[in-house]
Design a protein around this ligand. Structure first.
Ligand code: SF4
Length: 586
């Protein structure tokens, strides 16, 4: 190992409970060398964040460190006074949190917050600090840093806020940066930009990074070494790629196996849903003295079919209209024109956050019985039996009927939400990011449950997700959406083997590892993406496309079929329409 920077020995942390001390970090030993990136991976409750908070001295008052030592550059951190800590934080080490909105002060200007540690640790005057802040904001890829310094966190996007947090963390060139799930709350492309940025900072400054994540792909992408934590204990450690390729511990194996590369096929040709030239609008608040409602055009002329038994994936960044599409199909949005036909079906929806769709004042049994009452089943005993049967089908004990939603874990709540969508016997389920809020192992359990129910009950899913790995695992066919339009649609194998639209390829590139990028004809995500443009005057992707030419601005490109008979592969791109191919040399 390179010269040791951070050394954690026998770290043990617990919380007092009625029945004694509950240990959450148990004799953890960990080293980070100078210039190294070490990942800690594990699900929530594994102790990974507690370990990083202990290093930063940010443990809550109740937490008790009963044993161990944490040394930075040979200096013991445990037992330091607040004053001694302040001298180190921001100067020798800094932290990037998962949710910048909660860690940035909402009433303080961005410039003041980013410059805070310079004020504390240097003799620079106000002007010099402002200059350094502008430099730091520019170095993390933020445009117009001179204007940004005078803005507040709520005035900028989530991706920009995360860049501000990173600027804050690096402004004093710390030896160690602790990044705690820094990309978990972000879109897939923004995630890739932030990871690229962290790697660039590591290359340019030589800072060491302790990288905490539940996402194995992210760990593989960024870290040289990894430790795997489970229930407060390190169960495996080693070279990141090696550990993830040949996991030894049972838990690591379970983590790695939680996303098997399973591709599924559907042969059915019975149409359950027909969407033709669908335009969806969002009604904006009527202006004072104006007689007209203002409508924002969200979805532009979408056409596709969904076949019985099929799992159709819809991918795209937030704001692409995928959730609006889902809500329109289930009848939660009536501002649309075009054809939306559903063969006498009442599609049911499974949401990302099941908590909001489960009545907190009612027991699970009551919630699951509701659709049966609406269906006209009057016999209480029969309803109870059907509820028990559904609980068993979704992998829960019938005793869950007597619990409240707040007493359940995220995964259990999502099981209930899936069960609820099936209580009336409906066959078409629209699942909107159903696993994005869950831990990786729970994610895989819910995905398996969805596949099991799909097979057993011959269900049809529209599966909306920003996670390309999950979509690959689940779906037969995939729609890629960009700013309210389909930009590519094909069978899952075809799309993942031959992504054609520059936007699709950019999405895929954001999940490739460095190694794969070297051997793939791929498009690198720009460090700084231009703002999206409204596509009414030309290709909606024009502002972000490195292949854009003059032709692309004349009109919105139409969908061209480049597939084979029976296997359409639709792409909305001028250059594809003219038979051009993109190459790495482009
Ligand atoms: S039409 Fe032009 S701008 Fe749009 S994706 Fe194709 S090459 Fe890029």
């Amino acid at each position: 190992m390179d010269k040791e920077l951070l050394k954690i020995e026998n770290l043990t942390i617990g919380f007092p409970t009625k029945s004694g001390i509950h240990t959450v970090v148990d004799h953890v030993n960990l080293e980070v060398g100078k210039g190294e990136i070490v990942g800690i991976v594990g699900e929530s409750g594994s102790g990974k964040s507690m370990t990083s908070l202990a290093v930063m001295g940010l443990l809550s008052e109740e937490a008790q460190v009963s044993e161990g030592s944490i040394q930075l550059n040979g200096q013991e951190l445990l037992g330091m006074s607040r004053e001694e800590r302040r001298k180190i934080q921001g100067k020798n080490m800094s932290m990037i949190f998962q949710e910048p909105m909660t860690s940035l002060n909402p009433v303080m200007k961005i410039g003041t917050q980013v410059g805070e540690s310079l004020k504390l640790h240097t003799d620079l005057d106000k002007e010099a600090i402002r200059g350094r802040v502008i430099e730091a904001l520019a170095s993390v890829g933020l445009r117009n840093p001179e204007l940004l310094v005078d803005q507040y966190p709520h005035e900028i996007s989530g991706g920009m806020r995360q860049r501000v947090m990173i600027a804050m963390a690096i402004i004093n060139h710390p030896d160690l940066i602790i990044a705690d799930e820094p990309t978990t709350a972000l879109d897939v492309t923004v995630q890739a930009q932030i990871l690229n940025l962290l790697k660039k900072i590591h290359r340019d400054t030589g800072s060491s990074i302790l990288f905490i994540s539940h996402d194995l792909n992210v760990i593989k992408e960024v870290c040289q070494k990894v430790v795997v934590m489970y229930k407060g204990v390190i169960v495996e450690r080693g070279d990141a790629k090696e550990v993830l390729k040949h996991p030894k511990h049972e838990y690591t194996r379970k983590l790695v196996a939680s996303m098997p590369d399973q591709v599924r096929k559907s042969q059915n040709t019975k149409k359950l849903l027909e969407v033709q030239d669908l335009n969806v609008y969002y009604k904006e608040n009527k202006k004072l003295f104006s007689s007209k409602d203002k409508r924002k055009h969200i979805i532009h002329g979408m056409s596709f079919d969904l076949y019985e038994g099929e799992i159709l994936g819809v991918v795209g960044e937030s704001g692409c209209g995928k959730s609006t599409l889902a809500k329109t199909i289930v009848g939660l949005n009536r501002e649309y024109d075009g054809k939306l036909e559903m063969d006498h079906l009442k599609p049911q929806m499974v949401f990302q956050d099941p908590f909001s769709s489960l009545n907190p004042a009612r027991k699970i049994g009551w919630i699951l019985e509701e659709p049966l009452k609406l269906k006209g089943i009057k016999d209480k005993k029969q309803r109870k039996e059907l509820v028990n049967q559904m609980l068993t089908e979704i992998g829960l004990d019938p005793s869950f009927a007597n619990r409240y939603a707040r007493e359940l874990s995220g995964g259990q709540r999502q099981r209930i939400s899936i069960g609820l969508s099936l209580m009336r016997g409906e066959k078409l389920i629209i699942a909107d990011e159903p696993v994005s809020a869950l831990d990786v192992t729970v994610q895989s359990q819910i995905l398996r449950l969805l596949l099991k129910l799909h097979d057993e009950k011959n269900l049809t899913y529209m599966f909306i997700s920003h996670d390309l790995n999950v979509v690959h695992h689940m779906c037969h066919r995939v729609i890629v959406m960009y700013l309210g339009r389909i930009v590519e649609m094909a069978d899952v194998d075809e799309l993942y083997d031959h992504p054609c639209h520059p936007y699709t390829r950019m999405l895929f590139d954001s999940i490739l590892t460095d190694e794969e990028k070297e051997t793939t004809d791929s498009i690198t995500v720009n460090e700084i993406l231009p703002e999206t443009v409204d596509g009414d005057g030309g290709c909606p992707f024009y502002g972000r496309c490195r292949y854009a030419g003059e032709n692309c601005l004349s009109e919105v490109p139409t969908l061209t079929d480049i597939g084979t008979p029976g296997h359409p592969h639709l792409v909305r791109c001028e250059r594809i329409a003219y038979g051009e191919k993109y190459t790495a040399a482009d």
